[in-house]
Design a protein around this ligand. Sequence first.
Ligand code: ZN
Length: 200
Amino acid sequence: MSNTSTGLRIVHYPHPALRHLSKPLRRVDAELVSMIQEMFELMYAHKGVGLAANQVDLPYRLFVANPEGDRQRKDQEFVFINPIISQPKGSADAEEGCLSIPGLYAHVKRPERVTITAFNLRGEEMNLELDGLFSRIVQHETDHLDGKLFVDRLSATGQMEARDALEEFSLVYTSRQERGEIPSDEDARKRLLELESLRT
Ligand code: ZN
């Protein structure tokens, strides 16, 4: 094949994929591997440090990350398949953003340190104890796989501050649906369930 692009795109709030609770992945095939490569490309193109499958409209329990955000740092590229977070310790407050809600940034309180267990692309189990930015990334991305967004975790004040921006995203989204540029919520959900039945 001359064209290896699988045509993935980052979906924006309030796309239903962002509320999808992903089931564990049972099969990693060549097509999925090329989708994961494309997720890295999209993440770098949008200057992100993590990207969950939900964010490219895929119902799979995986995310990619590079805490350096630098495509030259291949040693910092991680694929987390079926991640489980445990042993949260401490508390840290820091600003977060999300490629699915571009332009919105807000402070989120999370455990400072966590342990994450997941499989990599070679099928090996990884066990990482993380703190700082990397800890925050894996918590934010694992939330995505549970259909959760960082705006769900804001303080009451933070939610009030984010409300107008989120309403604006919803208005834009609905009007694009009305113009037929993007699928209805019902069609989007149907597609997710079809893809899910292929690999979970
Ligand atoms: Zn995000």
